[in-house]
Design a protein around this ligand. Structure first.
Ligand SMILES: [Ca+2]
Ligand SMILES: [Ca+2]
Length: 386
């Protein structure tokens, strides 16, 4: 059977990023290009530590994948940027009135004991030139054994922190100096704060994000009960106004519909070409005849995939036996699911990869038979990712 090519159905093929369009940067430390600590900060970020242990990558405790960042700050460490800190900082290049999503996960190990002195573990710093001075407009703190939010100088107590566990945070901020500002915060999926008011004090740019350990009391000599802090940080995703909660949340559930950049089939009848299977219309279909007739979705780049959702023509009247394969190169395919559709619905039916998520660019859906005839007829096919 010849491979019949049809035109790309997406607007454009993404160049290299594996993130949804609204996610501007992922820092989950799984990309080897980001594992440049402690010598340097990852691309696009600045370095604010002075020791060999200030910021490193670790495999000992991770939120996702195989790597996380590990921050360590000691009381006697050199002063960095006028204080005691081990932080990775975004550039001060955020446009005015920016809407931003920030998702990340923090693990405070058991050594993160009670201290009467606070530390900031994530902060949103006002811009540096022509901008108001003073404390950052927004910060996530630990203080006296508790999580706290400092929003424009007002402290909100979120209750005691637990150690030895990952805590997922999502912040959604519309940076405004007027009443159109918005601040939303979720901890482990639960919204813990919402404000609709000005979110910062002014200047020509929006605040920028920094994360790590910042403990100013160690620089000023204010009493403190600790001399060392170690923290793990992972699954950072920075999104813009196009992003959603799910796009940046450290919780990755299988269900993200990944738009294909192109679709082909091993065979089809002219009236029902492969593009009909990805047009969002359940009344149009791809139809190809024969045992093993296959639809192939090309995602344009390798993505972290976890399943498919397939809707069958006459899917409420007959079942279909099919197999799903995944491939990185479009040549070598591995079986990721095999089974039978329900025969009770024309709606898309999800099939999650039997052995869990995998990285792939191509997904092939191969038809083996139904009780009526030897035609594969798929009205819609989608690939699910994390
Ligand atoms: Ca990771
Ligand atoms: Ca269709």
């Amino acid at each position: 059977m010849a491979l019949l090519m049809v035109g790309a159905v997406g607007a454009s093929v993404p160049a290299a990023s594996a993130d949804p369009a609204g996610v501007r940067r992922t820092l989950d430390w799984e990309d080897s290009a980001d594992r440049v600590l402690p010598a340097a900060a990852p691309s696009g970020f600045g370095k604010q530590w002075a020791t060999s242990y200030g910021a490193t990558t670790t495999t000992s405790s991770v939120r996702d994948g195989s790597y996380a960042a590990r921050f360590e700050l000691r009381k006697n460490d050199p002063v960095v940027s006028s204080s005691k800190r081990a932080e990775i900082t975004q550039r001060d290049d955020q446009p005015l009135d920016a809407e931003r999503w920030y998702g990340f996960s923090i693990n405070l190990p058991p050594s993160w004991t009670y201290d009467r002195s606070a530390e900031i573990v994530s902060q949103w710093h006002q811009c540096d030139t022509q901008c108001p001075s003073g404390s950052p407009p927004l910060a996530l703190l630990t203080d006296e054994g508790r999580w706290k939010i400092d929003f424009k100088g007002k402290i909100t107590d979120l209750g005691p922190y637990a150690t030895g566990a990952w805590v997922d945070w999502v912040f959604h901020v519309t940076w405004r100096t007027d009443s159109a500002g918005l601040l939303e915060i979720w901890r482990d999926g639960e919204q813990v704060m919402r404000r609709t008011e000005a979110t910062h004090g002014g200047g020509p740019r929006s605040p920028y994000f920094k994360f790590g350990i910042y403990k100013w009391d160690w620089a000023t000599g204010t009493p403190s009960d600790t001399t060392q802090r170690v923290m793990h940080y992972d699954a950072l995703r920075l999104g813009d106004e196009r992003a959603t909660y799910a796009d940046v949340s450290p919780v990755r559930t299988c269900g993200r519909d990944i738009s294909p950049a192109g679709v082909t089939a091993t065979t089809y009848e002219p009236a029902n070409p492969p593009a009909n299977a990805v047009d969002g219309n359940l009344t149009t279909r791809w139809s190809g005849q024969g045992f093993g007739a296959s639809l192939i979705l090309d995602l344009g780049v390798q993505r972290h995939l976890c399943g498919t959702a397939v809707a069958w023509h006459r899917g409420d009247l007959r079942w279909n036996d099919y197999t799903v394969y995944a491939s990185q190169d479009g040549t070598t395919y591995s079986k990721v699911w095999a089974g039978r559709s329900s025969g009770t619905t024309t709606a898309p039916e999800r099939a999650l990869f039997t052995d869990g998520p995998r990285d792939a660019r191509y997904v092939k859906i191969a038809f083996w038979g139904n009780p009526e005839n030897d035609w594969a007829s798929i009205t819609e096919a989608a690939v699910l990712g994390l």
